[in-house]
Write a protein that binds this ligand. Sequence first.
Ligand code: VGL
Ligand code: ZN
Length: 207
Amino acid sequence: MSVYRDVLIVTDVQNDFCPGGALAVNEGDAVVPIINGVMKRFYRVVATQDWHPRDQISFASNHAEKYPFEQVEIGGIVQTLWPDHCVAGTPGAAFHPDLDTDRFDLIVRKGTNPTVDSYSTFLENDKKIKTGLDGYLTSIETDRLFLCGLATDYCVFYSAMDAVSFGFKTFVIIDACRGIDVPKGNIDRCIADMKKKGIQMITSTEW
Ligand code: VGL
Ligand code: ZN
């Protein structure tokens, strides 16, 4: 265990983001053994779950004549439309069966609001409504935050950017992440933006 209060955020390692799932990320399940291996190094482990009601605004199926991966503007927020995924309580929303969930100290569910989606595990896509995670991390006197999971260019990216804004020293364990890459090149763009914001990209074997 490190001398720092290091907290790991395991982002959305759920069946629907793994091969065979409704919004499968290429090699999404490859992160599972890596995450299981690093969890023991941390003071606390927080897991997140994308957890949507069926009438979630981000589902293309809830919009007439719209298709997955199109973008729409709703109330001033540009929202990408997705296939129905991670519907609360369904097998697709469950953690990957090989993920060592016994190690989780806290589970944060996000995207539960039907009218606003939430990529970040700190703030919904309106950038205002909090999940409360910042309060938990401050309360346990977190020194450093490490993010991993799915997807690199959506939930990991937005969570990492918000983590910096909330004042946390932030790292992304990049070999323990996989991305959607829609639109093409999105993963590389997001990695560049994270570096610009002062987020350190590290690998699971590096520290
Ligand atoms: C995510 C798209 C839609 C993610 C969640 O976990 O990265 N991406 N909902
Ligand atoms: Zn989602």
